[in-house]
Design a binder for this molecule. Sequence first.
Ligand code: NAI
Length: 385
Amino acid sequence: MAKLNWGMIGGGEGSQIGPAHRLSAGLDGLFSFVAGALDHNPEAGRRYAQELGVAADRAYGDWREMLQGENAREDRVDLVTVATPNSTHFEITKAFLEAGYHVLCEKPMTMTVEEGEDIVRIAQKSGKICAVNYGYTGYSLVRHMRAMIARGDLGRIRLVVTEFAHGHHADAADADNPRVRWRYDPAQAGVSAQFADCGIHALHMASFVTGQEVTKLSADCASLIESRVLEDDAMVNFRMDAGTVGRLWTSSVAIGRQHGLSIQVFGETGGLKWMQEQPNQLYYMPLNGRLQTIERGEENLSPEADRATRVTIGHAEGMPLAFANIYTDLAEVIGAKKEGRSPDPAANLYPKSEDGLRSMAAVAAVAQSGKEDGLWVDARPPMFR
Ligand code: NAI
């Protein structure tokens, strides 16, 4: 397959997630990094893009300039990644989709449910891909978990328990640091802080592995550092459309925890446990059996797991390779569209704008329920009710 042209908005020098995207998109030789508007400071963005090997005429000062510049080219980018701060995702993603580009948008896809619905409609109308970077679903063993559940290894799923709890905003003395403070400020962060930042990864993961959507939820939100307006901790109970009961804990004050994403699924005939910080092992307990460790790369895993793995068993694979699997999926689907063929169905696992929208509906529901003492509220986007 011919290499695809890739461009990036945000992810400038010193950004948290920019390097992971560049590593992931470049890993399999499927994308060439040819264009970027990498920084909120136009000069810094132009300079850094060129340092990374982007030609001077495609090292843009801002995303509008990039859109105009790419529109004028025959060899325009095939895929644009949006890795800017949350409040800019909507306008950038919308503009590129409307102009006919495929987009991979960072989470949260938008700030509101209404914006999320707009993106879904625009993506559907344009026929372009709008993917959302729930990149942890790219891990081989997460995909294996999904495959095991889908083929019935656990029987009917009774319960899913998921966490995304870290301790990186636990220092009360640091709460006024501008790099931390904005995250808990409604004017900049919207209606939710920790749930919108991390909780949505855990909730999306619950849907991804079980194949079910969240229908309603009840949230207990807390600002454990009192100066914060928005929550830094939340416990969310939820229900899924095939009857599974869900529990989710997210926190940014859990001192001693680093990344802190994990998921457990309990069915009628077995249980599974996976943790992001040990992604090469999946723990499986069949009913009345013995605990088994499933290793990434071992023989006889599912095709979905095999497709998402690269090095042999015993060698650790980590987060950039999980993100790379999202890019591999996108390359396959975009390549198939260009070549007029059907894509490999196994590439259809990348998270989509509909998932981004569902997350925004969950964020709104958590904020409402948190304010109303844990009232159970509908967590589905209006357009999917
Ligand atoms: P950051 O603050 O470290 O970096 C943001 C970058 O975007 C900076 O280089 C900044 O100069 C640039 N930027 C800001 N406004 C811009 C604009 N209008 N045009 C072009 N560039 C602009 O932020 P971080 O942590 O890298 O987060 C970026 C996004 O990625 C956020 O939406 C965040 O939620 C998401 N994220 C996702 C993760 C995942 O696991 N999927 C993990 C970490 C972040």
